[in-house]
Design a protein around this ligand. Structure first.
Ligand code: SF4
Length: 139
């Protein structure tokens, strides 16, 4: 029978941030303390046995003016797949224009998650839109 291991973690589900103390035996939680609601139990089970993370990163843009496009996954991906997701994102090159919310890659590293732009980058050369420049040109 596997030994019981003590684990502590902070619940991130709400701003209360309860400190959870779990006794883990194999792949099950035998006791949990410190949680103030049932969502803490669910969080502990996921975080201990199937941790998920939203990946935020940038991908290359085919643009002389804006070199990188900020992106994030459309859903949390398994933590152990983050490196594979990063490697897939590194290979991606996006051609503007691209709109905030637009999918720039599907099924990232086989996780089923999409990679979504978090910024709009228009076609270039863009019309002059530098307020300081326009103000400087005024008499
Ligand atoms: S256990 Fe409940 S009250 Fe505590 S941080 Fe998690 S969600 Fe919030």
């Amino acid at each position: 029978m596997p030994e019981v291991a003590e684990r502590t973690l902070t619940c991130l589900v709400c701003p209360q941030g309860c400190e959870l103390r779990a006794a883990v035996q194999g792949d099950r939680i035998v006791s949990l303390e410190g949680h103030e609601c049932a969502r803490g139990e669910q969080y502990a089970a996921e975080e201990l046995f199937r941790p998920l993370r939203v990946l935020t990163t940038t991908v290359r843009l085919q643009s002389e003016h804006v070199p990188r496009l900020p992106v994030k996954t459309s859903a949390p991906v398994p933590r152990e797949r983050l490196r594979a997701c990063m490697a897939a994102a590194r290979k991606r090159v996006v051609r503007p224009p691209v709109w905030c919310g637009e999918v720039v890659a599907r099924d990232l590293a086989g996780t089923g998650a999409e990679l979504v732009a978090t910024r709009t980058v228009g076609p270039y050369p863009a019309p002059p839109n530098d307020g300081r420049q326009r103000r400087a040109e005024r008499p």
